[in-house]
Design a protein around this ligand. Structure first.
Ligand code: HEM
Length: 147
């Protein structure tokens, strides 16, 4: 198995870790916000693990970027859907989502009330999750395949 295939499988599978942790963070923040619950150490940890998983996916993605045959820099890049998507669109959208998770986490830390912390996580992580789903849906197109 080539380094490309290893990182591709890793990156592809790790998406589910990101999904599950971000979804868990969203569910508990909504329950906490609307149920007026205290912001617990458990809540903080899930939010942190979701952030760490997103950053890990960023690092794996960055390595994959330099291995993928679908990332090309030539006059044809923007003409083909797969190369345009993976060279430009995918990482830009994912980076926006990861930045939203990071900013949400930092802002929640600074909030003084439990309600403020839950609310901040809920808003930032929901938007980030929608961006991730949107990016993956946008990528459901014929991929050029491995070289
Ligand atoms: C939350 C963040 C991310 C998620 C959930 C995610 C998810 C995915 C998924 C589901 C694929 C398709 C894999 C497959 O074909 O089976 C993919 C491909 C890819 N991702 Fe990401 N990604 C993320 C962030 C990034 C970032 C930040 C980069 C680059 C800096 C990146 C670079 C790539 C590349 C180059 C491929 C193409 C692999 C190929 O050649 O087919 N990803 N990503």
């Amino acid at each position: 198995m080539s380094a490309y295939n290893i990182f591709k499988e890793l990156h592809s599978g790790f998406r589910y870790v990101v999904f599950v942790l971000v979804l868990l963070a969203i569910i508990q923040s909504l329950l906490g916000w609307f149920g007026k619950k205290p912001y617990t150490e458990g809540n903080r940890k899930i939010n942190l693990f979701a952030l760490i998983s997103a950053h890990t996916q960023l690092i794996i993605g960055l390595v994959l970027y330099f291995l993928s045959p679908n990332v090309v820099f030539n006059s044809g890049t923007m003409k083909h859907e797969a190369t345009r998507y993976f060279t430009v669109e995918h990482w830009v959208m994912m980076l926006i989502a990861i930045a939203l998770i990071t900013v949400g986490h930092i802002k929640a830390k600074k909030e003084e009330t439990s309600e403020g912390k839950h609310k901040t996580i809920a808003i930032f992580y929901v938007i980030a999750f929608l961006v991730i789903i949107g990016a993956i849906m946008a990528g459901h197109l014929p991929v050029l395949g491995s070289k």
